[in-house]
Design a protein around this ligand. Structure first.
Ligand SMILES: C[S@@+](CC[C@H](N)C(=O)[O-])C[C@H]1O[C@@H](n2cnc3c(N)ncnc32)[C@H](O)[C@@H]1O
Length: 146
């Protein structure tokens, strides 16, 4: 994703995060963790490594960390990362959060579980094929939720 597109993409999310009314006020907020987390977790003998691309306020990263996964949370909005860190701290779990564009995350970094809950379906159409290719290089289990 080029710098111009990244700037345009961030504008889409700024109005939500700038409202600063807490995670419950975000349009995509969900109280319960993404349902794929439990199914991937139950399919394994032990927790593994996971990345949540576009982690938002951290509901899913914190849920995975609570199950014992080694979790990376990534979001290109600074406010999202701040909210996620606060939630992890409140819940007493450790998550490795990064403020970065998912397109720039190293492709050679492998995870047992790659979660995308709401990033892909917000992408401009012309960026989707490149993003999917990247996802497939990073995963063993891949969960995509629109
Ligand atoms: C619809 S929200 C979903 C948040 C969270 N996954 C959830 O389910 O609650 C999409 C999130 O993806 C982030 N995002 C969108 N495009 C991104 C990109 N290219 N790189 C990193 N984060 C991105 C946005 O900032 C936003 O927090």
């Amino acid at each position: 994703m080029g710098q111009k597109t990244e700037k345009q993409e961030k504008i889409k999310f700024e109005k939500f995060y700038a409202a600063d009314k807490g995670k419950e006020a975000l349009a995509w907020h969900h109280q319960k963790p993404n349902r794929f987390i439990a199914s991937v977790h139950e399919s394994r003998s032990e927790p593994g490594t996971a990345i949540d691309l576009g982690c938002g306020s951290g509901v899913d990263t914190v849920a995975m960390a609570k199950l014992g996964w080694t979790v990376t949370g990534l979001d290109f909005m600074e406010k999202a990362v701040v909210m996620s860190k606060e939630m992890a701290e409140q819940e007493g779990v450790s998550v490795d959060y990064h403020c970065a564009n998912a397109f720039d995350w190293p492709e050679d970094t492998q995870y047992d579980f790659v979660l995308d809950s709401g990033l892909l379906h917000n992408l401009p159409r012309e960026e989707i094929a490149k993003y999917k290719k990247k996802l497939l290089q990073q995963r063993k289990n891949l969960a995509l939720k629109g």
